[in-house]
Design a protein around this ligand. Structure first.
Ligand SMILES: [Zn+2]
Length: 156
């Protein structure tokens, strides 16, 4: 499983905010994002448990229903995406660049990740709504960026 250095990031966020004597508004923003990350992580944990229970039931009954599994999996993906988005926002606030491969926060001007060596994408090359290349930028991301992560909820 990929390591999400969320705790590190939070710790750094706090340190930086404290050190720089940031305005309370920004601190509030950071703690709001932090809370949202924790909430999404907890939701993900529950979804993984649910997924495990469904798979177990299917193994036991020999009755495979991929729809149920797919629905839970896409809910997990939804949380993952939103956590990645929030980490990006937090990194932006802290002048950091998050490695898409390992989640490490690198200095903003880094070209490669200090942890895993992966090439760090330039912010403007990535669509904010789906993290695909800028190709989809022209179509939806500008206006529908908030809808993107909400879509899959209807599946359940
Ligand atoms: Zn990395």
């Amino acid at each position: 499983m990929a390591t999400i250095n969320l705790d590190d990031l939070m710790e750094k966020a706090k340190e930086l905010a404290d050190a720089a004597g940031k305005k309370t508004g920004e601190l509030y923003e950071l703690s709001k994002y932090k809370y949202e990350c924790i909430r999404l992580s907890n939701e993900m944990k529950k979804l993984y448990e649910k997924l495990g229970a469904v798979v177990y039931k299917q193994v036991k009954t020999g009755n495979g229903d991929n729809k149920e599994i797919d629905a839970i999996a896409s809910e997990i993906d939804d949380r993952k995406l939103r956590i990645a988005e929030i980490k990006d926002i937090m990194a932006e606030m802290m002048n950091k660049k998050i490695c898409k491969n390992c989640g490490t926060a690198n200095p903003k001007d880094s070209v490669f990740c200090s942890q895993c060596g992966a090439k760090l994408e330039k912010k403007e090359d990535v669509c904010g709504c789906c993290e695909e290349d800028a190709a989809c930028d022209s179509t939806e991301s500008a206006e529908n960026s908030t809808e993107c992560s909400e879509e899959e909820k209807t599946e359940e």
